[in-house]
Design a protein. Structure first.
Length: 226
């Protein structure tokens, strides 16, 4: 009787191995599709990184001008504010990983600033102006256009204020470029995620079959030892 039972288990193991082979042969097709989506978004994401970098460079220039103005007596700490960088963050979850085959595909959620090292990876992008979760770039003093201390003159302060206003105007123009680009990326990433979910389903199936084989092989060894 035990030999018959062992044969049944071995037959199931063999059948599972055949199924695993078929499934694993399909996974590269999903990888190819995911790669095609990624190739489309990477140039757009690189543009987003470049625009965001330009915005933050201008933000840093504002801090520099404001500091120079304050050092000669223009502006006051009353009404001063911290200048924070703009960020575009990429949000990801387990299903984005090509190696994940666990039980929580939509867990493991993380977010990180979009950079050259993570372009194309993740589920969606989020743009945040003056992101206070980041380290501040410096201080923008209040009432820069007015002279509060020597050795400044009123005309100096007006000039500093005009420089800051010009930089702020450039930032507005650059910020206006980002929403449409992010919408494009998120639309494509949504379809990429669907392919990643399909890939995950295949990998979870393989993992489940392999686990069943381990369990049945253990049972066979136990039966043989009785």
């Amino acid at each position: 009787m035990s030999d018959k039972l062992i044969k049944k288990l071995n037959d199931k193991i063999s059948s599972n191995k055949t199924a695993i082979g078929f499934i694993e042969a399909e996974i590269p097709k999903y990888e190819e599709t995911i790669g095609e989506f990624t190739e489309i978004t990477i140039p757009i994401e690189n543009k987003i990184i470049s625009v965001t970098s330009s915005i933050n460079s201008l933000q840093q220039q504002i801090v520099s001008v404001a500091t120079s103005a304050y050092n000669v007596g223009c502006g006051t700490t009353t009404g001063a504010s911290t200048v924070y960088p703009d960020t575009v963050k990429t949000h990801s979850e387990n299903v984005n990983s090509s190696s994940y085959d666990g039980f929580d595909p939509f867990g493991g959620q993380t977010s990180s600033v979009l950079s050259s090292s993570n372009v194309g990876f993740g589920t969606f992008l989020v743009f945040t102006q003056t992101d206070s979760s980041q380290t501040g770039l410096g201080t923008l003093y209040g009432t820069i256009q007015s002279c509060f201390r020597t050795p400044c003159t009123g005309s100096d302060c007006v000039d500093y204020n005009s420089q800051i206003a010009s930089l702020q105007s450039q930032i507005v123009t650059l910020r206006d470029q980002l929403p449409s680009e992010i919408t494009k990326v998120n639309s494509i990433r949504n379809e990429k995620k669907n392919a990643e979910i399909e890939r995950y389903g295949q990998k979870r199936g393989v993992a489940a079959l392999k686990q069943r084989n381990i369990e049945m092989e253990s049972a066979i060894n136990t039966i043989k030892s009785i």
